[in-house]
Ligand binder design. Structure first.
Ligand code: NDP
Ligand code: GDR
Length: 371
């Protein structure tokens, strides 16, 4: 039975990858951080009581900032494959916490690779590094492919650039099977609530159900190549099943703007929107309501506004990936379109909003975080 070790197992990708590998018959080990409250919501459904014999999903406390902890876990598990998905993954937050972001995202990658080397696992353990389209930043070529030069635009992207190159360097220096997946944005109902797609689907669902009145966003012109996380974790595994390690761009090859994603999400909830105004004065007004999901809004309501608080010190305006290499060499093609993904996300958030609305209408105090 193959063994995999996943850092970031409690995150969006980690949870889908753990499911995927369990289905493939792997024994899956994940590193979770100590937190003051439970942080395993995304993997609770695959949790296996460690007292049960032959449990194939095991969690270890750990942190990418702690070398000795990583070495100890790696020694205990002896993984065939390591998926380094753990990161401070929020671009805007990286401007607020640049040093921590560098420690986790850049040095954390080095610590894992050093653990492989320290334990003499160079020929045993394959290594996947969660690289990112943010490396392209100020884009030098459209669309972006494996050979497009990098120009990172945030402390997050700069840290990930170190991680990218240290993975390449350990491949070249020590013969470690190390691969970079240069993944463009990918989303799902499990996406963190402060990334823009989830912020939009959750905000629209709450507004539709009368729980919130307005969604505040930053740069609505930003263009992204959005895919579904399920399609992308499949490719993470495929990259480690080749004879030789290589780096791959994973993307859909299509892009839309944040504004278009808002329109698509609202439509899914039964709300027709019209945008007007420019820059910080841009707003979206309800022009029509259909179906029974959007009882909380009426024609003329302004439900989206711009808040400059969400502008970034340096923005990545446009990203569009070229996944030709992944398609030709590995036969990978994304199966879920952005429309299908958006629909799945809005419906999941509507389900949650309806539960909240029901509690509220029954006299319970309902509160939730908004960012
Ligand atoms: P998430 O933010 O959902 O998950 C990040 C994971 O990393 C969480 O499990 C988190 O733990 C963990 N983590 C954070 N800090 C540490 C630390 N110090 N030590 C150990 N673990 C830590 O990210 P995604 O699942 O979306 O992304 C997975 C990886 O892929 C990340 O590295 C991200 O940068 C990269 N990536 C993501 C893309 C995307 O569009 N989703 C695109 C390209 C790259 P906790 O749950 O406790 O917070
Ligand atoms: P990104 O994702 O920075 O591309 O990084 P995010 O969803 O945060 O932003 C996408 C674009 O939307 C604009 N935007 C807003 N973003 C957020 N978060 N909140 C807002 O209110 C808002 N309004 C507009 C942003 O300015 C940006 O242009 C994600 C992360 O998953 C990274 O870890 C990963 O490496 C990259 O995708 C690929």
């Amino acid at each position: 039975m193959k063994k995999a070790l996943i850092t970031g197992v409690t995150g969006q990708d980690g949870s889908y990858l753990a499911e995927f590998l369990l289905e493939k018959g792997y024994e899956v080990h994940g590193i979770k951080r100590r937190a003051s409250s439970f942080n395993t919501e995304r993997v609770d459904h695959i949790f296996q009581d460690p007292h049960v014999q032959n449990a194939r999903f095991k969690l270890h406390y750990g942190d990418l900032t702690d070398s000795s902890n990583l070495i100890r876990i790696m020694k205990e598990v002896e993984p065939d494959e390591v998926y380094n998905l753990g990161a401070q993954s929020h671009v805007a937050v990286s401007f607020e916490a640049p040093e921590y972001t560098a420690d986790v995202d850049a040095m954390g990658t080095l610590r894992l690779l050093e653990a492989i080397r320290f334990l003499g696992f160079e020929k045993k353990t394959k290594f996947y590094q969660a690289s990112t389209s943010e490396l392209y930043g100020e884009v030098q070529e459209i669309p972006q492919k494996e050979t497009t030069p990098f120009h990172p635009r945030s402390p997050y992207a700069v840290a990930k650039m170190y991680a990218y190159w240290i993975a390449v360097n350990y491949r070249e220096s020590y013969g470690i099977y190390a691969c970079n997946g240069i993944l463009f944005n990918h989303e799902s109902p499990r996406r963190g609530e402060t990334f823009v797609t989830r912020k939009i689907t959750r905000g629209i669902a709450n507004i539709a159900q009368g729980l919130e009145s307005c969604l505040y966003l930053g740069n609505m012109d930003a263009l992204r190549d959005w895919g579904h996380a399920k399609d992308y974790v499949r490719m993470q595994w495929m990259m480690l099943q080749q004879d030789n390690p290589e780096d791959f761009v994973i993307a859909t090859g299509k892009q839309i703007s944040v504004r278009e994603f808002v329109t698509m999400s609202a439509k899914e909830a039964g709300i027709t929107l019209e945008f007007s105004g420019e820059g910080v004065d841009e707003i979206a007004t309800v022009m029509g309501v259909s179906g029974d999901n959007a009882s909380g809004v009426k024609e003329g309501d302004v439900i989206v506004k711009v808040d400059p608080r969400y502008f970034r010190p340096a923005e990545v305006e446009t990203l569009l990936g070229d996944p030709t290499k992944a398609k030709e060499k590995l036969g990978w093609v994304p199966e879920i379109s952005v429309e299908e993904m958006c629909s799945e996300m809005v419906q999941a958030d509507l389900d949650k909003a309806k539960q909240h609305a029901l509690l509220k209408s029954s006299g319970y105090n309902v509160s939730f975080s908004v960012e």
